[in-house]
Design a protein around this ligand. Structure first.
Ligand SMILES: Cc1cc2nc3c(=O)[nH]c(=O)nc-3n(C[C@H](O)[C@H](O)[C@H](O)COP(=O)(O)OP(=O)(O)OC[C@H]3O[C@@H](n4cnc5c(N)ncnc54)[C@H](O)[C@@H]3O)c2cc1C
Length: 424
């Protein structure tokens, strides 16, 4: 296999460095980092470009569902990953003023990983990148914010990024993969965002952190109070709190003051009321504008979009990382061979979209239902909302009760690694 070759261009020109590789992956989130790792270990020269200097992002998802863990396991990496510090969500408890409900219990699922692994996303990405660095075909460039696509003869032939004062760098490749997340620059530059299908979620989320204490339950807590909904995610030493509000009402919540937010949280999760004193200023609160959309077409000649770049995921169910990971696995399954040969066709890129589009559509439809029918209903109510009798019955009926857990864990038609790409 050929290795990236460098040809330095005259500094007076716009481009000061030009690198050739087989696949240029833009964005080292879960999708980009995993795809780059699988390609590199299968002999495909790959250059992974990441805009930031590290992998630490504030308020990101930390969840690895069984579907994602099975892919990591198929790559032979699950045991090493699970040696990193993590916690496990074995069931999702939903507390309402009218009592507690186990919304999903993972322990009965037929998998080596009957739980949701909670691990800081930065540690997970560092793990993938450290693994990828073992392969000579892998190159990582941090601080490389892509700003341009190289377009030639009607196709994408790579990207350009600027590096501080140094000037423009270009990475030329047979295939460019845009894995640069919800605000994808690559998607915008490619024009593929013209065909975006949006679902207009009615909610936004305010994120903040509170300390955990010895004896706190592990994992996930969901709380529903009168007009309020809160999720609490176990991040080892702290709780990451998601306080759900109606879309577009952030300024109103701010105008009401931090004390009003603290009071509302304390009423919704009374056992944690005293910890809210740690919230001292709005700087500690981060607003996530919840979006949910997917592209009609995920590819062009020489270019593929995966993960949030192709479909922005709502945080409902915490599945965004898993869909990003499954996209990476599905893309690798289809593209390793053509990339080894150095020639990827539109039909092969279409196959990747075909594999992943339906599972994405299904989960987004369910997320939309939960956002509109459940969460908006809770926020709009002045009274504590109880879980309907029929749902409570379903969650206690042996053959039906595992459906929510199974769907959260695996979704529809989960991706798996092709046998030839497993192990190692
Ligand atoms: C506040 C918040 C909470 C969330 N909670 C959860 C959760 O609990 N569970 C869950 O599964 N999902 C959650 N999600 C969603 C999840 O983070 C995403 O679905 C997932 O990270 C998508 O992975 P990705 O690899 O496609 O993109 P990202 O993880 O967004 O990674 C994209 C990468 O591309 C880089 N990048 C961007 N632009 C450029 C550029 N021009 N050049 C080079 N690099 C670039 C970024 O720096 C980033 O590292 C949450 C999202 C947010 C915002």
């Amino acid at each position: 296999m050929d290795h990236p070759q460098r040809r330095h261009v005259d500094a007076a020109e716009k481009v000061v460095e030009s690198v050739e590789t087989r696949c240029c992956v833009v964005g080292a989130g879960p999708a980009g980092a995993l795809l780059a790792l699988i390609l590199a270990r299968n002999g495909v020269p790959v250059c992974l470009l990441e805009a930031h200097e590290d992998f630490d992002r504030d308020f990101r998802g930390d969840t690895l569902h069984p579907s994602a863990m099975e892919i990591i396991d198929e790559l032979g990496l699950a045991d090493a990953l699970l040696r990193l510090r993590h916690t496990k969500i074995r069931k999702a408890n939903l507390m309402t003023g009218a009592g507690a409900v186990v919304a999903a219990e993972f322990k009965r699922l037929k998998t080596r990983f009957p739980y949701i692994t909670m691990m800081p996303q930065a540690h997970f990405i560092e793990f993938l990148v450290a693994e990828a660095k073992r392969y000579a075909d892998f190159e990582l460039r941090l601080g490389a914010r892509v700003e341009e696509l190289i377009e030639e003869s009607g196709g994408v032939r790579g990207v350009r990024y600027r590096d501080g004062d140094d000037g423009w760098h270009e990475v030329r490749s047979a295939l460019t993969v845009g894995a640069d997340g919800r605000g994808s620059r690559v998607r915008h530059l490619s024009g593929l965002d013209a065909g975006t299908l949006k679902t207009s979620p009615p909610i936004d989320v305010l994120w903040f952190r509170l300390p955990r204490a010895p004896g706190d339950p592990e994992g996930f807590i969901g709380r529903i109070g009168a007009g309020h909904a809160v999720v609490m995610l176990d991040r080892l030493d702290e709780w990451q709190i998601g306080y759900i509000i109606f879309k577009g009402t952030y300024q109103q919540v701010r105008a009401a003051g931090l004390d009003a937010l603290k009071k509302s949280f304390a009423e919704t999760a009374p056992e944690y009321a005293e910890r809210v004193a740690h919230l001292k200023e709005w700087k500690q609160v981060s607003m996530l504008s919840v979006e949910s959309s997917r592209l009609k077409t995920w590819y062009r000649a020489g270019l593929l979009l995966i993960g949030d770049a192709a479909h922005i995921m709502s945080p409902v169910g915490g599945v965004g990382i898993n869909y990003a990971i499954q996209d990476a696995a599905a893309a690798a399954n289809v593209l390793v061979e053509p990339l080894r040969r150095g020639n990827v066709t539109n039909e092969q890129l279409r196959r990747v979209q075909r594999e992943r589009e339906l599972p994405t559509r299904i989960i987004q439809t369910i997320q939309t239902f939960i956002q509109r029918r459940v969460l908006a209903g809770v926020l709009g109510s002045r009274q504590t909302v109880a879980v309907p009798f029929l749902i409570r019955l379903l969650l206690r009926t042996p053959i039906l009760r595992d459906l929510p857990a199974r769907f959260i864990a695996f979704g529809f038609r989960p991706a798996h690694m092709r046998p030839e790409l497993r192990g190692k």
